[in-house]
Design a protein around this ligand. Structure first.
Ligand code: ADP
Ligand code: MG
Length: 230
């Protein structure tokens, strides 16, 4: 069952937000999901203590270097998806999570300085591939982008990355108040109060596109793997 990690070399890239969007949307489609909170600051665990966590979604808190691999293996037996939210550093848990991942999602804001950080994570993935002697698929996800305009700086970053052969998500996670609101109020986008939070339909559409692209990417990888084995 697919294991997906969210990694970045510093905080604020949008890992926890994107991880919770993916997990809640999958769970609301009727899939079982575990999110393992492997960030010592425990942002996902704090979110899960608020009301509105969808059925089918389990949160495993307080992962440590000693427990992470076992928690991943156990969760993979129990639920259809395992999502790991990591701290924004290159620590042992990040390496362990990558070693078990079918996909590493690297969220980044759309600036040159943030893109440099994303490249650091890609190099870290490459080192784990060597260490564990396995392929670790990854893809860069632009986050907190402006829904109204796609600035020229972002376009040029995207084309630079594509030129370097770096896999990128077609979808970007836009900057939306609704994405902050799920951490303030708890639960998922569908549980937010429309009179308290604006732009929920647009935020939901954006999140669904992201989830669809993750699922399509995993399916493509799986078919390629089956073709290779056959
Ligand atoms: N797409 C987004 N729209 C609005 N706010 C966002 C978005 N992504 C992240 N944020 C905000 O930016 C901050 C950092 O995001 P977070 O997901 O916690 O990043 P990370 O887990 O990489 O440290 C949080 O305050 C979060 O609410
Ligand atoms: Mg986080």
């Amino acid at each position: 069952m697919p294991t997906i990690s969210f990694a970045s070399s510093k905080g604020g890239a949008g890992k926890s937000t994107s991880a919770v969007l993916l997990a809640t949307e999958l769970a609301e489609r009727g899939t079982t999901v575990t999110i393992i909170d492997a960030d010592p600051n425990q942002p996902v665990s704090r979110w899960s203590k608020k009301p509105g966590v969808p059925n089918g979604l389990t949160v495993v808190a307080n992962a440590t270097e000693e427990t992470l691999i076992d928690s991943i293996d156990e969760a993979a037996q129990k639920t259809a998806f395992v999502i790991i939210d990591l701290e924004g550093t290159a620590n042992i848990m990040v390496a362990q999570a990558m070693s078990r991942s079918d996909l590493v999602i690297i969220p980044t804001k759309g600036s040159e300085l943030d893109a440099i950080e994303a490249v650091k994570v890609i190099k870290f993935v490459a080192r784990q591939e060597k260490a564990y002697q396995k392929k670790i698929p990854f893809s860069v996800l632009f986050t907190q982008t402006n829904p109204a305009v796609r600035p020229r700086t972002l376009k040029s970053l995207e084309s630079d990355m594509l030129l370097q052969g770096i896999p990128l998500f077609d979808v970007a996670i836009h900057e939306r108040d609704a994405y902050r609101a799920i951490f303030s109020y708890g639960g998922s986008l569908s549980g937010l109060n429309t009179s308290a939070v604006g732009g929920i339909p647009a935020a939901t559409g954006n999140a669904k596109k992201f989830v669809a692209e993750v699922v399509a990417l995993l399916k493509k990888q799986q078919s390629a793997e089956e073709a290779r084995v056959a």
